[in-house]
Design a protein around this ligand. Sequence first.
Ligand code: ADP
Ligand code: MG
Length: 552
Amino acid sequence: AAKEHKKQFKAEIKQLLDIITHSIYTNHEIFLRELVSNASDALDKLRFLTAGGHDVADADAPLEIRINADADAGVLTIEDTGLGMTADELVANIGTIAHSGSAQFMKEAEASGESLDNIIGRFGVGFYSVFMVADKVVITTRSATPDASPMSWTSSGTGSYTMQELDGDAPRGTKIEIHLKEEAKKYAEERTIKDILHRHSNFINFPIMLADEQVNTQPALWREPKFKIKKEQYDEFYSFLTLDQTPPLETLHIAVDAPVQFTSLVFIPASPSNSLFDNPDNYGLDLYVRRVLIERKHKALIPEYLGFTRGLVDTEDLPLNLSRETLQQNLLVDKIKTTITKQVLAQLAKLTEDKERYAQFWTNHNKVFKLGYSDYINRDKFAELLRFNSSTDEDAQGLTSLAEYAERMKEGQKAIYYVSGPSREAVRLDPHLEIFTQRGLEVLYLYEPIDEFIMDALGKYKDFDLVAAEQADIGELEKFETVDEDEVKPEALNEEDAKTFEGMLSAIKEILGERVEDVRESKRLKGSAACLVTPDGAMSSQMQKYMQLMVK
Ligand code: ADP
Ligand code: MG
């Protein structure tokens, strides 16, 4: 046999292994979910290759996952007929090169406290979870590349691993032999394995054979007729897909025949979409062509502002041998995206009828959703789905739609007014609001920079202009009667006071010089001594601040 090479794990990997093997609050059984999902990924990749007409070793081998357990010896093996790994791939994928995900994983692991169950599969570190239960792991792998040599890899998950090229031939794919730790021997019992597979791997798209019996029962849920599927099955599929244990807020099962044939499952998570913001590129729906996985999180299937959704699309209408690059500009993909966008927006519109649940959606996903101001075609629908805090809400948690504002408007009111600031407290101190309060006019409170971009992009809601309070036409506001009954009408100044006042204005003007355009007597202030106003047609002051921030 060829020489055995001993290699050290990269420092990051050692650290990672240390975190994973010592995380006592993590449910150890998830190692099986991770290894089965890797086997399934490898089979998906192989199927993608053969569908594209590439030559592979053992072209006739069935695509499946085999699990065998020897309870007495405490050894478990998981075998797939997937893509396999060449010597270089083995080094690159398992061992030396720290994936970009491992740093992110460690950050999340720290933030999530004790249990790694839900994050371990997300950052390209799932394989290492096997060392929670194993004191030795042997990988035997033979790449699908026709002339590749079979390889073996052995490690106890501490500091190093050994690699060796094997003599002779071996079947295509990867076999993982797990020598269980004493306290983890139960994972070599068939009943236990079966239970775990049912819990975590029921929806795997390839047969999982445990001692010659297929244990996964529900492939391709999205291809089943809707009326046959129970809510629990959708929820179960969602948690299989996302590792999120909280059932989704909404589930859409879409089946369309024209202009493109496709079926799709789209979920709106009930959990916050934080990670999308840490990594804005991390969105999209999984794309299948005739049940062959083409790409996970394919971005062209959903606009960025609906990127908080999770799910998949399966179509009959695309050729299998399409490259991922040409997919980006594919017209059919574009049509699928248009249909899904419409359906998600319609579903959200329906959800608004349930205020509490809609508020949950809004709180969790508004940061991403607000990017929708750039979707020109669906702008009206988008506008209806927006929520803002308002002067008529009781507290900062209140949510008001533009429609609700419009309904509450005073007769003759032509605009929807808003004011920006970091918080409700700060906004309420804004002197520009005085006249609105005095006249009983509602004002929307905008707390985030993007809100002002939205108002700017929309320009109007129905026939009403969207206007920043500081840019409001005072004459227009003065048309409305004051609602403040104790209001003291300002007395006209006597001649002498008027002179003093004139003098003061010119003194201020002189001091401020070119920094301002003009200094005028205010007709709108009551409780405040002075305020800055923006000339007509200029950017609001808040907007100017954001622009300055961006230029810096
Ligand atoms: P992820 O699956 O998220 O990439 P893992 O730590 O689970 O992260 O696996 C790391 C890599 O090891 C995979 O991306 C893949 O390249 C390789 N790998 C793991 N298991 C297999 C397998 N059964 N067949 C082929 N490659 C595998
Ligand atoms: Mg994995």
